[in-house]
Write a protein that binds this ligand. Sequence first.
Ligand code: AP5
Ligand code: MG
Length: 214
Amino acid sequence: MKVIMLGAPGAGKGTQAKRIATKYNIPHISTGDIFRDNIKNNTDLGKKAKVFIDKGLLVPDDLVLKLIIERFKLADCNSGYVLDGFPRTIPQATALDEALEKNNDRVECTINIEVADEVIINRMAGRRACLSCGRTYHVDTLRPKVEGVCDYCDTDLVLRDDDKPETVKKRLQVYHEQTQPLIDYYNNKGILYTVDGTGGIEEIYEEIIRLLKD
Ligand code: AP5
Ligand code: MG
């Protein structure tokens, strides 16, 4: 199964992608998590990406595509994947299609999680992230068992650098300009499913699972 999670920053892509990946036993591939991992380890890619991420801008397509092509080569991708945060531009989407078409393959389903900008700005201020396993929590709606510590890997939770309100506003602007056109792109292919992202996390998850089973 090959699934794309689409949605604005903070729409809940990562939250739902983790659950889908566990249910179907496929990897959760988040380009944002891969960049954060590289930034933490001070790699060349991390240094280059940080300049864009900290400003709320997209990392250039060529860097993203290089990274994702390497990731697809790993054996765990043989049975599919959930893509979270990729593709994010039309050139990224066409590059993905071309790469898959070479193997007579395609993405089966794109889940678009819809959440209004005002809700997102509030959510991001309360988000806490684990930079080790990529899980996210929320100070009100999804609290870890022990305050400030990841339930799964015991790492201290942090407020992401790009979750400052001014940067979130920029990320939303960039989303509307560069990523939202993908909604039409996948709708035209007949593989777009939109879910309301303002319900409860479990409720949204169940709706997504129903869509994936159809
Ligand atoms: P990335 O890490 O992908 O960030 P993003 O798309 O901005 O999305 P987020 O991770 O912020 O949000 P999410 O939708 O995963 O929400 P979450 O589940 O955490 O990318 C970061 C940066 O890297 C980009 O800005 C860009 O610079 C760069 N980058 C990455 N990929 C790129 C690409 N392909 N091309 C170019 N550049 C790229 O949920 C948010 C919060 O809400 C959490 O606290 C969660 O607990 C809570 N929550 C979730 N669902 C609900 C709910 N239903 N009700 C209440 N609270 C909820
Ligand atoms: Mg995320």
